[in-house]
Write a protein that binds this ligand. Structure first.
Ligand code: C2E
Ligand code: CA
Ligand code: CA
Length: 402
Protein backbone atom coordinates (compact mmCIF):
# COMPACT_ATOMS: atom_id res chain seq x y z
CA UNK A 1 0.00 0.00 0.00
CA UNK A 2 1.28 3.49 -0.85
CA UNK A 3 1.88 5.86 2.07
CA UNK A 4 -0.13 9.09 1.73
CA UNK A 5 1.86 12.13 0.58
CA UNK A 6 1.32 13.94 3.89
CA UNK A 7 3.01 11.04 5.77
CA UNK A 8 5.86 11.00 3.27
CA UNK A 9 6.57 14.65 3.87
CA UNK A 10 6.49 14.34 7.62
CA UNK A 11 8.81 11.41 8.18
CA UNK A 12 11.49 9.49 6.30
CA UNK A 13 12.74 5.94 6.93
CA UNK A 14 16.29 5.02 6.00
CA UNK A 15 18.23 1.77 6.01
CA UNK A 16 21.75 1.64 7.49
CA UNK A 17 24.21 3.06 4.94
CA UNK A 18 21.57 5.09 3.08
CA UNK A 19 22.34 8.72 2.31
CA UNK A 20 20.22 11.58 3.78
CA UNK A 21 21.94 14.29 1.73
CA UNK A 22 25.36 14.96 0.27
CA UNK A 23 27.72 17.91 0.37
CA UNK A 24 26.76 20.57 -2.20
CA UNK A 25 23.05 19.59 -2.31
CA UNK A 26 20.44 22.30 -2.01
CA UNK A 27 18.48 21.92 1.20
CA UNK A 28 14.80 21.04 1.34
CA UNK A 29 14.59 19.88 4.93
CA UNK A 30 16.21 19.88 8.34
CA UNK A 31 15.85 16.61 10.26
CA UNK A 32 15.14 15.39 13.77
CA UNK A 33 16.31 11.87 14.56
CA UNK A 34 13.44 9.79 15.97
CA UNK A 35 15.19 6.41 15.71
CA UNK A 36 18.69 5.32 14.71
CA UNK A 37 21.96 7.18 14.24
CA UNK A 38 23.28 9.63 11.61
CA UNK A 39 26.84 10.36 10.62
CA UNK A 40 27.84 13.80 9.34
CA UNK A 41 30.98 13.69 7.23
CA UNK A 42 33.09 15.35 4.58
CA UNK A 43 36.12 14.39 2.49
CA UNK A 44 39.56 15.86 3.05
CA UNK A 45 42.20 15.12 0.39
CA UNK A 46 40.21 12.13 -0.80
CA UNK A 47 39.71 10.68 2.70
CA UNK A 48 36.42 10.57 4.59
CA UNK A 49 36.43 12.71 7.74
CA UNK A 50 33.61 12.13 10.24
CA UNK A 51 32.52 15.44 11.74
CA UNK A 52 29.80 14.18 14.07
CA UNK A 53 27.70 11.19 15.03
CA UNK A 54 24.20 12.11 16.09
CA UNK A 55 21.66 10.07 18.05
CA UNK A 56 17.94 10.17 18.84
CA UNK A 57 16.59 13.67 19.52
CA UNK A 58 19.32 15.50 17.56
CA UNK A 59 18.55 18.14 14.94
CA UNK A 60 20.72 18.41 11.83
CA UNK A 61 20.72 20.00 8.38
CA UNK A 62 19.23 23.21 9.79
CA UNK A 63 21.89 25.68 8.62
CA UNK A 64 21.50 25.10 4.87
CA UNK A 65 17.73 25.08 5.33
CA UNK A 66 17.63 28.54 6.89
CA UNK A 67 20.29 30.29 4.82
CA UNK A 68 19.58 28.35 1.59
CA UNK A 69 23.29 27.81 0.90
CA UNK A 70 24.52 24.40 -0.41
CA UNK A 71 25.04 21.64 2.18
CA UNK A 72 28.51 21.95 3.71
CA UNK A 73 28.74 18.24 4.62
CA UNK A 74 27.08 14.90 3.87
CA UNK A 75 24.77 12.88 6.13
CA UNK A 76 24.38 9.09 6.10
CA UNK A 77 22.39 6.70 8.30
CA UNK A 78 24.72 4.52 10.44
CA UNK A 79 21.79 2.33 11.48
CA UNK A 80 18.18 1.93 10.33
CA UNK A 81 16.76 5.34 11.13
CA UNK A 82 13.52 7.30 11.25
CA UNK A 83 13.72 11.06 10.66
CA UNK A 84 11.15 13.83 11.14
CA UNK A 85 11.35 16.34 8.30
CA UNK A 86 11.30 20.05 9.06
CA UNK A 87 10.42 22.27 6.08
CA UNK A 88 11.71 25.72 5.24
CA UNK A 89 8.15 27.06 5.60
CA UNK A 90 7.95 25.90 9.18
CA UNK A 91 11.15 27.74 10.05
CA UNK A 92 11.13 30.84 7.87
CA UNK A 93 7.69 32.00 9.02
CA UNK A 94 8.85 31.81 12.64
CA UNK A 95 12.04 33.68 11.86
CA UNK A 96 10.14 36.43 10.03
CA UNK A 97 7.76 36.82 12.95
CA UNK A 98 10.54 37.00 15.55
CA UNK A 99 11.74 40.22 17.15
CA UNK A 100 13.88 42.00 14.49
CA UNK A 101 16.81 42.29 16.86
CA UNK A 102 16.69 38.57 17.60
CA UNK A 103 16.63 38.07 13.82
CA UNK A 104 19.79 40.16 13.55
CA UNK A 105 21.60 38.00 16.10
CA UNK A 106 20.34 34.89 14.39
CA UNK A 107 21.57 35.95 10.94
CA UNK A 108 24.91 37.17 12.23
CA UNK A 109 25.54 33.91 14.10
CA UNK A 110 24.53 31.90 11.02
CA UNK A 111 26.81 34.05 8.91
CA UNK A 112 29.81 33.65 11.23
CA UNK A 113 29.25 29.92 11.29
CA UNK A 114 29.24 29.87 7.47
CA UNK A 115 32.45 31.93 7.33
CA UNK A 116 34.12 29.52 9.73
CA UNK A 117 33.04 26.49 7.72
CA UNK A 118 34.10 28.29 4.51
CA UNK A 119 37.57 28.68 5.97
CA UNK A 120 37.62 25.03 6.92
CA UNK A 121 36.55 24.15 3.37
CA UNK A 122 39.35 26.27 1.93
CA UNK A 123 41.95 24.66 4.19
CA UNK A 124 40.82 21.13 3.37
CA UNK A 125 40.65 21.84 -0.39
CA UNK A 126 43.98 23.68 -0.32
CA UNK A 127 42.57 26.79 -1.98
CA UNK A 128 42.84 30.45 -0.99
CA UNK A 129 40.49 31.60 1.76
CA UNK A 130 37.12 32.94 0.60
CA UNK A 131 36.13 36.41 1.72
CA UNK A 132 32.75 36.41 3.36
CA UNK A 133 31.28 39.85 3.83
CA UNK A 134 27.78 41.10 4.55
CA UNK A 135 27.95 43.01 1.30
CA UNK A 136 28.86 40.04 -0.82
CA UNK A 137 26.43 39.87 -3.78
CA UNK A 138 24.41 36.86 -2.67
CA UNK A 139 24.30 38.31 0.84
CA UNK A 140 22.50 41.44 -0.24
CA UNK A 141 19.28 40.53 1.55
CA UNK A 142 21.24 39.61 4.66
CA UNK A 143 23.10 42.92 4.66
CA UNK A 144 19.78 44.77 4.34
CA UNK A 145 18.33 42.83 7.24
CA UNK A 146 21.38 43.57 9.35
CA UNK A 147 21.26 47.27 8.54
CA UNK A 148 17.55 47.38 9.49
CA UNK A 149 18.16 45.63 12.78
CA UNK A 150 21.26 47.69 13.63
CA UNK A 151 19.16 50.79 12.94
CA UNK A 152 16.51 49.49 15.36
CA UNK A 153 19.14 49.02 18.07
CA UNK A 154 20.42 52.56 17.45
CA UNK A 155 16.89 53.92 17.57
CA UNK A 156 16.23 52.06 20.81
CA UNK A 157 19.29 53.74 22.35
CA UNK A 158 18.16 57.14 21.12
CA UNK A 159 14.66 56.51 22.48
CA UNK A 160 16.09 55.64 25.88
CA UNK A 161 17.69 59.08 26.06
CA UNK A 162 14.78 60.97 24.54
CA UNK A 163 12.84 61.60 27.77
CA UNK A 164 15.89 62.87 29.67
CA UNK A 165 16.92 64.99 26.68
CA UNK A 166 13.39 66.44 26.50
CA UNK A 167 13.00 65.46 22.87
CA UNK A 168 9.33 64.48 23.09
CA UNK A 169 6.51 66.88 22.52
CA UNK A 170 2.75 66.48 22.65
CA UNK A 171 0.32 67.81 20.10
CA UNK A 172 -3.41 67.92 20.62
CA UNK A 173 -6.07 67.17 18.04
CA UNK A 174 -9.48 68.70 18.86
CA UNK A 175 -12.47 66.36 19.18
CA UNK A 176 -15.72 68.06 18.23
CA UNK A 177 -19.26 67.39 19.38
CA UNK A 178 -21.07 67.07 16.04
CA UNK A 179 -24.43 68.05 17.55
CA UNK A 180 -23.36 71.54 18.64
CA UNK A 181 -19.97 72.00 16.92
CA UNK A 182 -18.26 72.59 20.29
CA UNK A 183 -14.78 71.34 21.16
CA UNK A 184 -15.21 68.71 23.86
CA UNK A 185 -11.65 67.60 24.24
CA UNK A 186 -8.41 66.58 22.58
CA UNK A 187 -6.46 63.49 21.65
CA UNK A 188 -2.85 63.73 22.85
CA UNK A 189 -0.44 62.58 20.14
CA UNK A 190 3.29 62.22 20.71
CA UNK A 191 6.01 63.77 18.54
CA UNK A 192 9.74 63.08 18.67
CA UNK A 193 12.29 65.67 17.59
CA UNK A 194 15.82 64.24 17.59
CA UNK A 195 18.93 66.23 16.67
CA UNK A 196 20.24 63.47 14.35
CA UNK A 197 16.97 62.05 13.03
CA UNK A 198 14.93 65.20 12.76
CA UNK A 199 11.19 64.86 13.18
CA UNK A 200 10.14 61.24 13.76
CA UNK A 201 6.50 60.22 13.37
CA UNK A 202 4.92 57.97 16.00
CA UNK A 203 4.28 55.21 13.46
CA UNK A 204 8.06 54.99 13.07
CA UNK A 205 8.98 54.65 16.74
CA UNK A 206 5.90 53.61 18.78
CA UNK A 207 6.03 49.99 17.55
CA UNK A 208 9.67 49.79 18.70
CA UNK A 209 8.82 51.42 22.03
CA UNK A 210 6.04 48.84 22.40
CA UNK A 211 8.22 45.86 21.58
CA UNK A 212 10.69 46.97 24.26
CA UNK A 213 9.22 48.18 27.53
CA UNK A 214 10.19 51.77 26.71
CA UNK A 215 6.52 52.58 26.08
CA UNK A 216 5.96 52.44 29.86
CA UNK A 217 8.13 55.47 30.78
CA UNK A 218 7.18 57.20 27.50
CA UNK A 219 3.47 56.56 28.15
CA UNK A 220 3.83 57.97 31.67
CA UNK A 221 5.48 61.07 30.32
CA UNK A 222 2.62 61.50 27.81
CA UNK A 223 -0.10 61.18 30.44
CA UNK A 224 1.67 63.37 32.99
CA UNK A 225 2.25 66.13 30.43
CA UNK A 226 -1.20 65.74 28.86
CA UNK A 227 -2.94 66.08 32.22
CA UNK A 228 -0.94 69.19 33.12
CA UNK A 229 -1.83 70.78 29.79
CA UNK A 230 -5.47 69.76 30.12
CA UNK A 231 -5.69 71.59 33.44
CA UNK A 232 -4.05 74.69 31.93
CA UNK A 233 -6.36 74.60 28.90
CA UNK A 234 -9.40 74.53 31.19
CA UNK A 235 -8.08 77.38 33.31
CA UNK A 236 -7.24 79.57 30.31
CA UNK A 237 -10.39 78.85 28.27
CA UNK A 238 -12.88 78.46 31.11
CA UNK A 239 -14.32 75.34 29.41
CA UNK A 240 -14.49 71.81 30.74
CA UNK A 241 -12.63 69.42 28.49
CA UNK A 242 -11.41 65.84 28.25
CA UNK A 243 -8.10 64.38 27.13
CA UNK A 244 -7.75 61.11 25.20
CA UNK A 245 -4.55 59.05 25.53
CA UNK A 246 -3.42 56.10 23.40
CA UNK A 247 -2.59 53.12 25.58
CA UNK A 248 -0.40 50.23 24.43
CA UNK A 249 -0.91 46.65 25.59
CA UNK A 250 2.22 46.53 27.82
CA UNK A 251 0.90 49.50 29.74
CA UNK A 252 -2.20 47.45 30.57
CA UNK A 253 -0.01 44.64 31.87
CA UNK A 254 1.79 47.05 34.20
CA UNK A 255 0.17 46.46 37.64
CA UNK A 256 1.18 49.97 38.67
CA UNK A 257 -0.71 51.65 35.87
CA UNK A 258 -4.11 52.24 37.50
CA UNK A 259 -2.78 53.39 40.92
CA UNK A 260 -0.32 55.65 39.10
CA UNK A 261 -3.12 57.08 36.92
CA UNK A 262 -5.20 57.83 40.00
CA UNK A 263 -2.40 59.60 41.84
CA UNK A 264 -1.33 61.53 38.74
CA UNK A 265 -4.89 62.68 38.07
CA UNK A 266 -5.19 63.80 41.70
CA UNK A 267 -1.87 65.66 41.59
CA UNK A 268 -3.01 67.52 38.48
CA UNK A 269 -6.54 68.15 39.83
CA UNK A 270 -8.07 66.28 36.89
CA UNK A 271 -11.16 64.08 37.32
CA UNK A 272 -10.89 60.47 36.03
CA UNK A 273 -14.05 61.16 33.98
CA UNK A 274 -12.02 63.71 31.98
CA UNK A 275 -9.59 61.02 30.88
CA UNK A 276 -10.29 58.73 27.93
CA UNK A 277 -8.01 55.77 27.36
CA UNK A 278 -7.88 54.67 23.73
CA UNK A 279 -7.07 51.03 23.18
CA UNK A 280 -6.98 48.94 20.02
CA UNK A 281 -9.17 45.91 19.50
CA UNK A 282 -6.11 43.66 19.43
CA UNK A 283 -5.03 45.07 22.81
CA UNK A 284 -8.27 43.77 24.31
CA UNK A 285 -7.14 40.26 23.46
CA UNK A 286 -3.46 40.68 24.27
CA UNK A 287 -3.76 39.38 27.82
CA UNK A 288 -6.21 37.47 29.99
CA UNK A 289 -6.15 40.32 32.44
CA UNK A 290 -7.65 42.94 30.10
CA UNK A 291 -11.28 42.38 31.05
CA UNK A 292 -10.41 42.88 34.71
CA UNK A 293 -8.27 45.92 33.81
CA UNK A 294 -11.16 47.47 31.84
CA UNK A 295 -13.57 46.94 34.75
CA UNK A 296 -11.11 48.44 37.22
CA UNK A 297 -10.50 51.50 35.04
CA UNK A 298 -14.24 52.06 34.68
CA UNK A 299 -14.89 51.57 38.39
CA UNK A 300 -12.41 54.39 39.07
CA UNK A 301 -14.25 56.59 36.57
CA UNK A 302 -11.81 56.57 33.62
CA UNK A 303 -13.48 56.30 30.22
CA UNK A 304 -12.48 53.73 27.63
CA UNK A 305 -12.49 54.15 23.86
CA UNK A 306 -12.05 51.37 21.33
CA UNK A 307 -9.67 52.85 18.75
CA UNK A 308 -9.52 52.00 15.02
CA UNK A 309 -12.80 50.12 15.29
CA UNK A 310 -13.55 47.86 12.34
CA UNK A 311 -9.94 47.03 11.52
CA UNK A 312 -9.55 44.23 14.07
CA UNK A 313 -11.80 41.51 15.44
CA UNK A 314 -15.05 43.52 15.71
CA UNK A 315 -16.69 40.67 17.60
CA UNK A 316 -20.04 41.68 18.98
CA UNK A 317 -19.73 39.28 21.91
CA UNK A 318 -16.68 41.05 23.37
CA UNK A 319 -18.23 44.50 22.90
CA UNK A 320 -20.98 43.34 25.21
CA UNK A 321 -18.59 41.85 27.77
CA UNK A 322 -16.12 44.71 27.89
CA UNK A 323 -18.76 47.38 28.30
CA UNK A 324 -16.62 50.25 26.99
CA UNK A 325 -17.68 53.89 26.76
CA UNK A 326 -16.96 54.75 23.19
CA UNK A 327 -16.13 53.40 19.75
CA UNK A 328 -13.81 55.26 17.39
CA UNK A 329 -14.56 54.54 13.72
CA UNK A 330 -11.30 53.97 11.88
CA UNK A 331 -10.28 56.70 9.45
CA UNK A 332 -10.16 54.28 6.51
CA UNK A 333 -13.97 53.97 6.62
CA UNK A 334 -14.50 57.68 7.21
CA UNK A 335 -12.31 58.61 4.27
CA UNK A 336 -14.10 56.11 2.06
CA UNK A 337 -17.44 57.93 2.55
CA UNK A 338 -18.80 59.17 -0.76
CA UNK A 339 -16.20 57.07 -2.61
CA UNK A 340 -16.68 53.48 -1.55
CA UNK A 341 -20.32 52.43 -0.96
CA UNK A 342 -19.16 49.79 1.57
CA UNK A 343 -17.66 52.50 3.78
CA UNK A 344 -21.08 54.12 4.09
CA UNK A 345 -22.70 50.83 5.09
CA UNK A 346 -19.94 50.06 7.62
CA UNK A 347 -20.05 53.54 9.22
CA UNK A 348 -23.84 53.33 9.55
CA UNK A 349 -23.62 49.82 11.03
CA UNK A 350 -21.03 50.94 13.62
CA UNK A 351 -23.14 53.97 14.58
CA UNK A 352 -26.28 51.81 14.95
CA UNK A 353 -24.32 49.32 17.01
CA UNK A 354 -23.01 52.02 19.32
CA UNK A 355 -26.58 53.27 19.86
CA UNK A 356 -27.88 49.78 20.71
CA UNK A 357 -25.00 49.22 23.14
CA UNK A 358 -25.43 52.73 24.59
CA UNK A 359 -21.88 53.72 23.70
CA UNK A 360 -20.69 57.02 22.25
CA UNK A 361 -19.20 57.05 18.77
CA UNK A 362 -16.43 59.21 17.37
CA UNK A 363 -15.30 59.30 13.75
CA UNK A 364 -11.63 60.02 13.13
CA UNK A 365 -9.86 61.24 10.00
CA UNK A 366 -12.66 63.59 8.88
CA UNK A 367 -10.80 65.63 6.30
CA UNK A 368 -13.65 66.80 4.05
CA UNK A 369 -16.89 68.62 4.69
CA UNK A 370 -18.85 66.01 2.70
CA UNK A 371 -17.65 63.24 5.07
CA UNK A 372 -18.74 65.34 8.01
CA UNK A 373 -22.21 65.91 6.57
CA UNK A 374 -22.74 62.21 5.88
CA UNK A 375 -21.62 61.27 9.42
CA UNK A 376 -23.83 63.89 11.00
CA UNK A 377 -26.88 62.58 9.13
CA UNK A 378 -26.01 59.06 10.26
CA UNK A 379 -26.14 60.15 13.90
CA UNK A 380 -22.43 60.16 14.77
CA UNK A 381 -21.81 62.03 18.08
CA UNK A 382 -18.19 63.14 17.83
CA UNK A 383 -15.61 63.82 15.14
CA UNK A 384 -11.96 64.64 14.72
CA UNK A 385 -9.85 65.18 11.63
CA UNK A 386 -7.97 67.66 9.48
CA UNK A 387 -11.24 69.29 8.38
CA UNK A 388 -11.59 70.69 11.91
CA UNK A 389 -7.93 70.84 12.76
CA UNK A 390 -4.60 69.05 12.50
CA UNK A 391 -2.98 68.11 15.82
CA UNK A 392 -1.91 71.42 17.45
CA UNK A 393 0.84 72.57 19.78
CA UNK A 394 -0.35 73.60 23.27
CA UNK A 395 -0.26 77.28 22.28
CA UNK A 396 -2.23 76.73 19.09
CA UNK A 397 -4.72 74.51 20.92
CA UNK A 398 -5.39 77.43 23.29
CA UNK A 399 -5.99 79.79 20.34
CA UNK A 400 -8.25 77.18 18.75
CA UNK A 401 -10.31 76.98 21.97
CA UNK A 402 -10.75 80.74 21.99
P1 C2E B 1 -4.21 56.96 16.07
O1 C2E B 1 -4.47 56.81 17.52
O2 C2E B 1 -5.17 56.29 15.13
O3 C2E B 1 -4.15 58.52 15.82
C1 C2E B 1 -4.74 59.15 14.74
C2 C2E B 1 -3.72 59.49 13.70
O4 C2E B 1 -4.40 59.99 12.55
C3 C2E B 1 -2.75 60.57 14.12
O5 C2E B 1 -1.51 60.32 13.48
C4 C2E B 1 -3.39 61.83 13.52
O6 C2E B 1 -2.48 62.88 13.31
C5 C2E B 1 -3.92 61.28 12.22
N1 C2E B 1 -5.06 62.05 11.70
C6 C2E B 1 -5.96 62.76 12.39
N2 C2E B 1 -6.85 63.32 11.57
C7 C2E B 1 -6.53 62.96 10.31
C8 C2E B 1 -7.09 63.23 9.02
O7 C2E B 1 -8.08 63.93 8.85
N3 C2E B 1 -6.47 62.66 7.96
C9 C2E B 1 -5.37 61.89 8.09
N4 C2E B 1 -4.82 61.35 7.00
N5 C2E B 1 -4.82 61.58 9.30
C10 C2E B 1 -5.40 62.15 10.39
P2 C2E B 1 -0.17 60.32 14.30
O8 C2E B 1 -0.14 61.46 15.24
O9 C2E B 1 0.92 60.20 13.30
O10 C2E B 1 -0.26 59.02 15.17
C11 C2E B 1 -0.17 57.75 14.61
C12 C2E B 1 -0.40 56.67 15.64
O11 C2E B 1 0.64 56.66 16.61
C13 C2E B 1 -1.66 56.89 16.45
O12 C2E B 1 -2.74 56.46 15.68
C14 C2E B 1 -1.38 56.05 17.68
O13 C2E B 1 -1.68 54.69 17.41
C15 C2E B 1 0.11 56.18 17.84
N6 C2E B 1 0.41 57.13 18.93
C16 C2E B 1 0.50 58.48 18.88
N7 C2E B 1 0.78 58.99 20.11
C17 C2E B 1 0.85 57.92 20.94
C18 C2E B 1 1.11 57.76 22.36
O14 C2E B 1 1.30 58.73 23.11
N8 C2E B 1 1.09 56.50 22.86
C19 C2E B 1 0.86 55.41 22.08
N9 C2E B 1 0.86 54.20 22.64
N10 C2E B 1 0.60 55.52 20.76
C20 C2E B 1 0.61 56.75 20.20
CA1 CA C 1 -6.02 57.04 18.93
CA1 CA D 1 -7.22 55.67 15.50
Amino acid sequence: MQTPLYEQHQKQRLRAGEEVFKEGDTAQFAYIIEEGEIEIWTTVKGKQLVLNILGVGSLFGELALVDQQPRSASATARADSLLILVTNNQISRRIQEADPILQLFFWVITHHFRSASGHFQAIKDNVSLPIFGYHQKNNFQLSEKIEDAVELIRMENDLQNAIAEEEFKLVYQPIINLENNQIQGFEALIRWQNSQRGYVYPNDFIPLAESTSLIIPIGKWVIQKGMQDLKKMEEISGQSLFMSFNIASIQIEDPNFIPWMLSTAKENKVQPSQIKLEILERTLFSSENTLNWVHQCRSHGFLLVLDDFGTGYSSLQYLNEFNLDMIKIDQSFVQGLGINPNSQVICQAIINLSQVLKMGVVAEGIDKETNLEILRKMGCNFGQGYFFSKPLSFKKAISFLN
